[in-house]
Every structure is written in C-alpha cells, then in structure tokens.
Design a protein around this ligand. Structure first.
Ligand code: HEC
Length: 165
C-alpha cells in the first residue's frame, strides 16, 4: 500500500544511543545472564545489533572455537566447511552459507541465547554469566563463552557465505 512503507534504517543518533545503552547495561550487570535476560534494549527484533564488546571479533579465533570439542562444541550438532573435522553433527542446520541467511545481529542473538528464537531449542545459550549472576539451572554445565569469544564466533560465521565446502 502506498505510503505504508517504513524506513528500516535507524537514525544514527538512535543507533549511537542504543550502543551506549547496551554498553552501560553490560557494564552494570547481566540480569540472570543470557538465560533470562529481561528484554531490554539489547535485543532488537530477533537480533543483537551491537557488538557485545564494542569491538569486531577475530574470525580465525572464532573458527578455532567453533571446531573445538571442549570450548564451542558446535560440531556436536552442526556441520560446516571444516574438511579436517571427521565427525560433525547432523542435529542442526549446516553452517555453510549461514551469513547469507542471517545478519550479524541475528547471528549474535542465535549464539547468545537461541531460546529467544525457539523456546524448545536444544542449542545452549553461550553468553557467559559467571561472576555476574547465578546461571539458570538448565544451563548449568553447558558450554559457555565470554563476550569476546562470542564476537570471534560471530566474526567467523560472517565469513560463511555461499557453499564453501
Ligand atoms: C546441542 C546442539 C547444538 C549445539 C552444541 C550448537 N547448536 Fe547451533 N543450533 C542447534 C539447532 C538445533 C539449531 C536450529 C534452530 C533451533 O532449533 O534452535 C541451531 C541453530 C544455529 C544457528 C542458526 C542456523 C540456521 O541456519 O538457522 C547458528 C548460526 C548456530 N546454531 C550456531 C552455533 C554455534 C556457532 C555453535 C557453537 C558455539 C552452536 N550453534 C552450537 C543446535 C546446536
């Protein structure tokens, strides 16, 4: 319908304010962590637009996290363009081309707290909450990552365009 289209680009001032809010929020506390974040400005739609650290992640470190069987455990469920990894999971979508399907912010939310997208998901929430708050019981003992590691993983996932087997 004519005139009903809304611009998707947010004004710069609003984006700056959002980033500032997120950083302030992270500095103060993470309420019950990713497992029980109370909405707030961090999550916008189905995404976390701003970097958790204010920095870009390191894609090479991110790849190491994703393929690590102790740290990321991603390949327990996922497969992807990792020819050196013999055993990869088939419980979850192939990570090939994932950057074609999701924006940076959407990928970030899917690592921080996938239950925001699918309440029944088997994928763990990865944002480390240790030292800030108790981790909700269902997440105890699950693999968790620091904000910096999550940014590294996001940076790596953003390199997965096309079918890069
Ligand atoms: C216990 C299994 C499991 C583990 C471990 C896991 N995931 Fe997932 N992941 C899933 C499932 C299942 C989905 C499909 C959506 C859903 O059910 O939530 C998913 C969805 C995703 C998506 C969206 C993909 C798409 O095409 O829709 C991304 C990106 C992702 N995972 C990345 C990761 C990364 C990176 C790691 C490791 C840090 C990881 N996952 C660890 C099970 C897992």
């Amino acid at each position: 319908m004519a005139g009903s289209r809304r611009s998707r680009a947010k004004p710069l001032a609003e984006r700056r304010r959002l980033t500032a809010t997120v950083l302030a929020w992270l500095a103060v506390s993470v309420p019950a962590g990713a497992a029980g974040a109370q909405g707030g400005p961090l999550i916008v739609g189905d995404a976390i637009p701003a970097s958790l650290t204010g920095q870009k992640g390191d894609a090479a470190k991110g790849r190491a996290i994703v393929t690590n069987r102790q740290v990321g455990l991603c390949l327990l469920c996922h497969n992807g363009p990792f020819p050196e990894e013999r055993f990869q999971g088939n419980l979850a979508p192939d990570l090939n081309g994932v950057a074609d399907r999701y924006s940076e912010g959407q990928l970030r939310l899917r690592i921080v707290d996938p239950s925001r997208i699918n309440a029944q998901t088997i994928m763990p929430a990865y944002l480390k909450t240790e030292g800030l708050m108790r981790v909700a019981r269902p997440f105890e003992g699950k693999p968790i990552l620091s904000a910096e590691q999550i940014e590294d993983v996001v940076a790596f996932l953003l390199t997965l365009r096309g079918e890069t087997k």
